[in-house]
Design a protein. Structure first.
Lengths: 83, 415
């Protein structure tokens, strides 16, 4: 389940943010602090997760740190799925 | 006094960090009016050097045009120097109103409001027309001033991949629940010189009931058959809801900007845009200069036609010499060098040859996309371009990049 979730997030991030020919990324690649994703653009990922998993992530929790790796994003989703 | 030694040293450390990273910007002092031929002091204290300017936004060569200078002199005599007031107290002259009317006519919109700069227009427009129930969807390569304006607004913000209409459509579908959708793009993108697909964007906005905002700063005055801008080139005059643009580039090159578009949106800016409300507008002398620029451009398309011919000549010359150029057909012609140090060294070597063209590298452009951005002007004559071309060839040969592929340049100089 956890890996499925991470793969869904990873696939979304690749399709949404990476340019063609970009280096591959993994579950622990820093996205925002690594300059791959502009923190500005994370709003679409948040909206995608909320629609996909029928959850609501409060803005206070949707910090650049919490969205910095696929791993951390998956943790966040699981936290709100359980809540 | 609270600027302690510790504080000073801390700032000095930051500035040294910029220098160490090769990101420290230094001005070059120009001792002549802005034109194709300028006299430059660089570095500070060095003797003056006559060089050909290949990096000004002086697209139409009007920055020092005798008729514009004469009009400005007359404006200074008849309307004075300053207004000492914001617009809505006692800072509006008849000529400000006249310029708004003339810009509206020139761009084919419904109404126009002047701003001290286009940076201010972009800083003010989003907050003035949108609220927290709305969404702004911007191209990922829009100008920094649009990004700053977007940051000041309470509407949520999302982006679409550069010029990717499929991705834009996905985003428009995703935000169907929002009250207003505003799509945001540059007309001509300043770093790459490519043009937005405004015809396709306008059609998508029609389908999804979205408004469209275009910053046409690198287009107003010369893009399109009569120089009205990107909307003219794309055949969508009257279909762009908001155009922001500058008078600091092709349209005389002094200062000032505007928001032009739907009557109600312009009026919202007049009521709410903070850079309009809390700052003096364009100085009278400049307003009169811009009015003269519009006279010149509406009387004849000669200057934009010459610019188009010059740009094609320059692009062809560089391509035949074996440089890699960013694709496009605007007067912005980026010569790709990929490596940041190479771009800086190349620029310095060009300067030694009497050519002023600046290198751009990360963070202004993405990593490993360093370049020399050349900008063509109607003020250039063919001998200017030929001389610049010879210098580019000589320097290109010195650095052994002529006829080389991107891969070969990167292998030689690194990313």
């Amino acid at each position: 389940m956890a890996d499925d979730l991470k793969n869904v997030i990873l696939n979304y991030v690749v399709a949404e943010y990476l340019e063609e020919g970009a280096d591959p990324i993994g579950f622990d690649t820093p996205l925002i602090s690594g300059g791959i994703v502009d923190s500005f653009s994370m709003v679409s990922l948040k909206r995608f997760l909320e629609n996909q998993y029928k959850i609501s992530i409060p803005d206070d929790d949707a910090t650049p740190e919490a969205f910095d790796t696929v791993e951390k994003i998956a943790d966040l989703v699981q936290r709100f799925t359980r809540a | 006094m609270a600027f302690s030694d510790k504080t000073r040293q801390s700032y000095q450390g930051v500035l040294q960090g910029l220098k160490d990273a090769g990101l420290f910007k230094q001005e070059r002092y120009i001792h002549s009016p802005q034109s194709a031929d300028i006299e430059v002091e660089f570095p500070e204290g060095a003797s003056l050097r006559k060089v050909i300017n290949m990096c000004a936004n002086n697209y139409l060569g009007l920055s020092s045009h005798p008729e514009v200078v004469k009009a400005a002199h007359e404006g200074l005599e008849t309307r004075g120097y300053g207004m000492s007031s914001v617009r809505f107290i006692c800072g509006t002259q008849d000529i400000h109103h006249e310029l708004e009317r003339r810009v509206t006519e020139f761009l084919g919109t419904e109404d126009t409001i002047l701003f001290p700069s286009c940076m201010d227009a972009n800083a003010g427009v989003f907050e003035a027309v949108l609220g927290k129930d709305d969404v702004m969807i911007s191209d990922r390569l829009v100008h920094a001033s649009l990004i700053d304006g977007i940051r000041l607004a309470s509407a949520i913000h999302d982006t679409f991949k550069h010029s990717d209409m499929g991705h834009l459509e996905q985003k428009l579908q995703m935000y169907r629940d929002k009250r207003y959708r505003l799509v945001i793009t540059d007309g001509v993108f300043s770093m790459d010189g490519d043009t937005a697909k405004l015809d396709e964007m306008a059609a998508l906005c029609e389908t999804y009931d979205a408004m469209l905002l275009v910053d046409d700063s690198h287009a107003s005055g010369f893009i399109g058959r009569t120089g009205r801008g990107t909307h003219e080139k794309c055949g969508v005059v009257g279909k762009i809801d908001v155009i922001t643009t500058t008078f600091g580039k092709a349209l005389g090159g002094a200062t000032g900007g505007c928001v032009s578009g739907r009557r109600e949106l312009v009026e919202m800016c007049r009521q709410r845009a903070r850079p309009y409300l809390f700052s003096n507008t364009i100085a009278p002398v400049v307003v009169v200069g811009i009015l003269k620029v519009l006279d010149i451009l509406t009387a004849s398309t000669e200057r934009r036609d010459k610019l188009e011919a010059n740009s094609a000549y320059w692009r062809k010359g560089l391509t035949e010499a074996g440089f890699i150029l960013q694709k496009g057909d605007t007067p912005i012609v980026p010569v790709m060098l990929f490596n940041a140090k190479l771009a800086q060294d190349f620029s310095r070597a060009l300067y030694e040859e009497g050519i002023y063209a600046v290198g751009f590298f990360f963070p202004v452009v993405p990593q490993s996309q360093a370049r020399i951005r050349t900008q063509i002007s109607a003020g250039h004559e063919i001998p200017h371009l030929d001389k610049a071309l010879e210098a580019f060839k000589k320097v290109g040969k010195k650095f052994e990049i002529l006829g080389k592929t991107k891969q070969e340049i990167i292998e030689k100089y690194g990313m």
